[in-house]
Structures are given as structure tokens and as C-alpha cells.
Design a protein around this ligand. Structure first.
Ligand code: ATP
Length: 292
């Protein structure tokens, strides 16, 4: 497998003293790779370091073999980035906006602009003003500007958040199509369904530390035999349970509720073991109940 991204011992300490990343190392090959973690875990900081917007305090990152600090131009030529909040000019047309972004990258080629708009199914809306687009359409225009120059690596920060189910499906299709022919899509998300549908491999950050990096299958192996269900009489018992174990999900019933838990140390002898699913594994990684 080719390694498109090599992250080695990356630490980022901000001026205010916050250590957003603490000695992170992992490799990313081709395909869609998921970056997971709660708010503040360090995902955006890591993505900014990958795309050379931010310089790490220590460690190195190589993109297609090029060092993000020493060979920024080579890296930027091979990477497309859709930040969480991309500043867009509402009065520009879709075409003019993407063309403007292309020119900032040094690409003066209107055909290339039409090409990327076609890839994201926005060519027919080329003349529409950005201010008149739906949230999903704006996100597609965001991807279009990241695809300019046909980058080997596409980095997208929470691209499906806030989209309706239909747009989400369309978006996932777009990302998985792009991640073929040896290209990489690195996707940060809170949404378990995104990972489930798209990512063979993932990394999980927790408070600046790497909690897991590897395949979904290996993650499932880790949680095997640890998922159990437990009947509870009321929500007070649920609150107590959450202090002692990771609650994966809860189902309310006519009398009380059933909690699905991760019994890591085998303390819950009264709970019934069940077959672990990938969804359990992802939710466990995220530290508890599903976000979507
Ligand atoms: N420019 C900055 N200066 C100081 N601290 C920062 C800065 N940017 C981020 N942080 C802090 O670094 C930590 C990691 O933030 P980061 O934005 O990377 O997390 P995240 O996982 O992307 O979260 P979210 O999902 O909310 O975007 C947080 O504690 C955050 O407050």
C-alpha cells in the first residue's frame, strides 16, 4: 500500500499553553480515512498542520514524501482542503468563486473550473450567486474549490454536518468516488454513519492524544466480547451507570430501559453479553452515545 500521509511525533502547543496535539503518529494510505474525536480533540489542528496552514511545535508530516514545513509548495500542490467554515463571497457566482479560488492557487484555466463543478454536480448552477445556494450546494462548491488541480490528497473537515440525509448520501458518494486511483480523502467527522459507510481505516483523537489508529475490522476485534446489555428501572440508574462504564445506546421500554454498554473490565456480571457491531466500536471510540 502506498503511504500518502506520514505523521510522526506531531505535537502542537498553542501560545495560550493548550497542547492540542501530543506526540501523534500514524500513516494514511489510499482510500477514505476517518479522523474522529469530540469537539476540541485536536482534529482541526491536525488538519491545518497537514495542509501547511499551521506549523507544528515538534514532529514531522510528510505528504506524498514532502515535508510540510520544509517543502510547503510541493505539499500545497498535492493537497486540497475544505475547512469547516470556508469564507465564501455571497455576491459572486458559483463559477466566479471557484475560478477565483483556482487563481489563488495559480491555476488560470476555466476548463479546469468547469471540470470540478461537473464532478460535484454543480455545473448547471454555475451562474447562481453563492448567497442563493442551499447548505448542501455550498458544501459541494466548497469541495469543488478543493478539487482544483486534481490533488492527490483531499482533506475535509466535517463535510456532512448539517446536511439533510439526501445531501449526505450524495456527498459520501462524491468523496468515495474521489478516493480511487490511489488518492486519499482524509475526513474528519462526528457522524458514525459517515465512518461506517466510507472509511476502511480511521484514527481517533481524544484530548490531543491518539486513542486508536487502524482498520475498522481491528477495532471491532478490540471490543469483541465486551458489549453487554443491562436492564435499568429508571434514568437515575442510567446516570449512575454512565459514571462506571461507557453507555453505547439506550432503548426506552414500557417499564424502564435497556442500556447497551462497553464492559471493559468485566465488572458487570449481571449484564448479558451480545455480539458487538462496528457501530458499537465507533461509538465506544467517541466515548459514548452516538451523535447521529
Ligand atoms: N488558535 C488557537 N489558539 C489557542 N488554542 C487553540 C487554537 N485553536 C484551537 N485551540 C485549542 O486546541 C484544542 C484543539 O482544538 P481543535 O479545533 O483542533 O479541535 P477539534 O477536534 O477540531 O474540535 P471541533 O470538532 O470543535 O472543531 C482545543 O482545546 C482548542 O480550544
Amino acid at each position: 500500500m502506498n503511504t500518502n500521509i506520514e505523521i510522526s511525533h506531531i505535537t502542537k502547543k498553542y501560545k495560550n499553553g493548550v497542547t492540542a496535539l501530543d506526540d501523534i503518529s500514524f500513516h494514511v494510505g489510499s482510500g477514505v480515512f476517518g479522523l474522529l474525536g469530540h469537539n476540541g480533540a485536536g482534529k482541526t489542528t491536525l488538519m491545518k498542520a497537514l495542509v501547511t496552514v499551521l506549523t507544528p511545535s515538534a514532529g514531522t508530516i510528510r505528504i506524498c514524501g514532502f515535508d510540510t514545513v520544509k517543502q510547503g509548495n510541493e505539499v500545497r500542490a498535492r493537497i486540497g482542503y475544505l475547512p469547516q467554515e470556508l469564507a465564501m463571497y455571497p455576491s459572486l457566482s458559483v463559477f466566479d468563486f471557484v475560478n477565483y479560488m483556482a487563481e489563488l492557487k495559480g491555476i488560470h484555466n476555466k476548463k479546469a473550473v468547469s471540470n470540478v463543478l461537473e464532478q460535484v454536480e454543480m455545473l448547471e448552477f454555475s451562474k447562481r450567486k453563492i448567497g442563493q445556494l442551499s447548505g448542501g450546494m455550498k458544501r459541494r462548491v466548497g469541495i469543488a474549490q478543493a478539487l482544483i488541480g486534481n490533488p492527490q490528497i483531499l482533506v475535509v473537515d466535517e463535510p456532512t454536518a448539517g446536511l439533510d440525509p439526501e445531501e449526505r448520501v450524495r456527498f459520501r458518494g462524491l468523496l468515495s468516488r474521489y478516493a480511487s486511483e490511489g488518492r486519499t480523502v482524509l475526513l474528519s467527522t462526528h457522524i458514525v454513519e459517515d465512518i461506517h459507510q466510507l472509511c476502511e481505516e480511521l484514527a481517533v483523537l481524544r484530548k490531543g492524544h491518539l486513542f486508536y489508529a487502524g482498520t475498522s475490522a481491528a477495532l471491532l476485534e478490540r471490543v469483541k466480547d465486551k458489549v453487554k446489555i443491562l436492564h435499568l428501572e429508571n434514568e437515575n440508574q442510567l446516570i449512575e451507570l454512565q459514571k462506571k462504564s461507557v453507555v453505547l445506546s439506550t432503548t426506552y421500554e414500557s417499564q424502564g430501559l435497556t442500556a447497551r454498554i462497553m464492559d471493559e473490565s468485566g465488572l458487570f456480571l449481571q449484564a448479558t453479553p451480545v455480539t458487538a457491531t462496528l457501530e458499537d466500536a465507533y461509538v465506544y471510540c467517541m466515548g459514548g452515545k452516538a451523535h447521529a
